[in-house]
Design a binder for this molecule. Structure first.
Ligand SMILES: NC(=O)c1ccc[n+]([C@@H]2O[C@H](COP(=O)([O-])OP(=O)(O)OC[C@H]3O[C@@H](n4cnc5c(N)ncnc54)[C@H](O)[C@@H]3O)[C@@H](O)[C@H]2O)c1
Ligand SMILES: O=c1ccn([C@@H]2O[C@H](COP(=O)(O)OP(=O)(O)O[C@H]3OC[C@@H](O)[C@H](O)[C@H]3O)[C@@H](O)[C@H]2O)c(=O)[nH]1
Length: 389
């Protein structure tokens, strides 16, 4: 129960209750962070977002054991003067706010760049000017493509980890050309990382940068036509879940050859907790947070999700479970892709002693159980009366 036993950090020091200004608290990662902060710690959260659907269960009713330790502030950080006040009265700011779905990067590049760079600037400035600690969410996409992707297909060097493992302090950031607007997001994230790093170096900002590697789990994005726009394209977990729920083939972009490592949101949140509660070990660092053991191609992910969904729903898979689509057809002009993403874990192991635990099969089983329980009935109803929706 929160607050009944004293929490200690990794060095055995008692952790005092703190106030955290969490921007983007109403999103996928924010909702899991808030949930754990409420149930396991005595910390207070000032939850900032334009939406609160994913944290409603933490805000109401007033009789919840943590009521009084979480306040929702509905504000858009683009244009709201209340932001500085909230940062000033907090011990720590965590910035999660961003446009972060690939379907937007090449179709809404301006919004993407403003959201990931311009809108984050005041947050950095207020933290720096008021000597407040900042945990900023960047992305594994800042690495872009691997060095190995530029080698000939049959080069034995492609098997050498030196050509594909992504290390915070040595790997380069390799993006496609400017016409490939997919990289608008990665480039904006890279520039805000550099700005934060420079604020640390020149003005003493106490910061931590997190580079998430495909965190997935319940409440990620939306199911088109159910709790998001019918024409919307969420990230791959929600796209494939939507296809499985509707008994449609899963769409493999450009053959589904790209590789990803997926990590269970609950494992990843443990890492963020260690950063929150161990500032002396986390400050000044950039951390990869991913699960190097859970690597698959997108095609393998589709196959595994199909098998797991059959198990949790009790329904047989459809006859042709996948279909190939071109990236142009699926995402439009200007799409490009990261080929392979395996995080190096040396820095986070050394500083925080953290390791992920959950296998891909297990995390898909619990996530798809959630998807089925949450959406199967709504989808059935939507399919039964399509024109009424
Ligand atoms: N989920 C992942 O695997 C992943 C991977 C890499 C990076 N990230 C980064 O982590 C962060 C959080 O990601 P997520 O998966 O929770 O995304 P999300 O879209 O679920 O959450 C982002 C939240 O920020 C809010 N927001 C956006 N602009 C805002 C504004 N101007 N004012 C107020 N609120 C605003 C949104 O309403 C949303 O609730 C992002 O910065 C993202 O780039 C996530
Ligand atoms: O229906 C689909 C959806 C996606 N895909 C493919 O699946 C892969 C993963 O797609 P995701 O939508 O999860 O997004 P990506 O992994 O490319 O990028 C993500 O990475 C880290 C974060 O910064 C962001 O959350 C997002 O940019 C891509 O290769 C994509 O082309 C499909 O083949 N079919």
């Amino acid at each position: 129960m929160a607050g009944t036993t004293a929490r200690v950090d990794l060095d055995g020091n008692t952790i005092s209750p703190m106030t955290i200004c969490m921007i983007g608290a109403g999103g996928f990662i924010g909702s899991h962070l808030c949930e754990k902060l409420m149930s396991e710690t005595p910390h207070t959260v000032l939850a900032v977002d334009v939406y609160n659907d994913k944290i409603k269960h933490l805000l109401e009713p007033d009789s919840l054991p943590w009521s009084g330790r979480i306040q929702f502030h509905r504000l858009n950080i683009k244009n709201d003067s209340r932001l500085e006040g909230l940062i000033k009265c907090s011990d720590l700011t965590i910035n999660l706010a961003a446009i972060c779905t690939p379907a937007d990067y090449n179709t809404r590049p301006l919004d993407t760049i403003y959201s990931n760079f311009i809108d984050a600037l005041p947050v950095v400035k207020y933290c720096s000017e008021n000597s407040k600690r900042l945990i900023h969410f960047s992305t594994c996409e800042v690495y872009g493509k691997t060095i190995g992707s530029y080698l000939p297909k049959d080069s034995p060097l492609r098997q050498d980890p030196a050509y594909y493992i992504l290390k915070e302090d040595t790997s380069p950031c390799i993006f496609g050309s400017v016409e490939k607007q997919r990289w608008s997001y990665a480039c904006a994230k890279q520039l805000i990382e550099r700005l934060i790093y420079a604020e640390g170096a020149e003005n003493g900002l106490e910061f931590t940068i997190v580079r998430p590697f495909n965190w997935i789990g319940p409440r990620m994005d939306f199911i088109p036509g159910i709790d998001g726009p019918s024409e919307g394209v969420p990230r791959v977990l929600a796209c494939f879940s939507n296809n499985l729920l509707r008994r449609e083939p899963l769409k493999l972009v450009d053959g589904g050859e790209s590789q990803r490592t997926f990590i269970y949101i609950k494992d990843a949140i443990e890492a963020v907790f260690l950063m929150i509660e161990n500032p002396a070990r986390a400050s000044g660092h950039i951390f990869n947070v991913g699960n190097p053991n859970n690597e698959v191609t997108v095609r393998q992910l589709a196959e595994m999700m199909t098998q797991v969904y059959s198990k949790v729903s009790g329904e047989d898979a459809i006859e042709s479970p996948t279909i190939d689509v071109s990236s142009k057809e699926f995402y439009g002009e200007g799409y490009d892709d990261s080929d392979k993403r395996i995080p190096d874990m040396t820095i986070i192991n050394k500083q925080l002693g953290w390791n992920p635990k959950t296998s891909l099969w297990d995390l898909l089983e619990s996530t798809l159980t959630y998807q089925h329980r949450t959406y199967a009935e709504a989808i059935k109803q939507a399919i039964a009366k399509p024109s009424a929706n």
